[in-house]
Design a protein around this ligand. Structure first.
Ligand code: CA
Length: 232
């Protein structure tokens, strides 16, 4: 699954430079030159990360950042502010508005890519290719392999994404709605009971090594992956 990054930048040359570098690095890129354009794209589908310029023609990027952080649907989106403003005070203001990181222009594409990778690792580890090892279960996004106590487990693509998300966010409880947003994508309309179907399939796929017990049903709330399963 490709990672989508929304670039909100009104200077065409900089927008082009960023977009090219992101594409070369394997990201899907969306572009906006104003807050209004950005908002329209965000309403259609939530990107996986937003690069947001501070000075934009219609509103300031700071205002958009605050707005994104105040709405439940967008409040957790990884956000990096891009700006020529480099004083300490401005940085603090950017971070207080909800930016996760801050890159001062002019920046090298290499630095920007490194910041993006670090932020994704921190905020959305299920989007990176890092191997995850937890509770005797090993998941490798590069090879799409899952090993349970050394036993190769066979998972369908949706079950793999679901397990990847669970393992990257272990111990946290997610509602069916949250799982749909995070694993299926928030622009996809799927009924909530679809989640139950895939949880059932996932548990079945994990059964050979006993790891089905790590997928817990939290009554009245949803599901979670726990590293310490209560073996019955
Ligand atoms: Ca600008």
């Amino acid at each position: 699954m490709s990672i989508t990054i929304l670039v909100v930048e009104d200077e065409p040359a900089i927008q082009e430079l960023i977009a090219l570098n992101l594409s070369f690095a394997g990201y899907s890129v969306q572009r906006a030159a104003t807050c209004h354009e950005a908002q329209t794209l965000i309403n259609q589908a939530l990107p996986d990360l937003i690069l947001l310029d501070w000075m934009l023609p219609d509103r300031s990027g700071l205002q958009l950042a605050r707005q994104l952080r105040s709405e439940p649907r967008t409040q957790a989106v990884p956000l990096i502010m891009l700006t020529a403003k480099g004083t300490e005070h401005d940085k603090v203001e950017g971070l207080e508005a909800g930016a996760d990181d801050y890159v001062t222009k002019p920046f090298s594409p290499k630095e920007l890519l490194a910041r993006i990778k670090a932020l994704l690792r921190r905020r959305a580890p299920q989007l990176t290719d890092d191997q995850i090892q937890l509770g005797g279960l090993l998941l490798d996004p590069t090879t799409h392999q899952v090993l349970g106590q050394g036993i190769k487990l066979s998972l369908g693509p949706t079950e793999f994404r679901l397990l990847h998300f669970f393992m990257a966010n272990a111990e946290r409880v997610f509602t069916r709605g949250q799982l749909l947003d995070k694993v299926w994508g928030d622009h996809v309309f799927v009924e909530e009971r679809t989640v139950d179907v895939h949880i059932r399939r996932l548990r079945k796929a994990l059964q050979p090594s006993g790891h089905h017990q790590h997928i817990e049903t939290v009554r009245g709330t949803g599901y979670r992956f726990t590293a310490q399963a209560a073996h019955s």
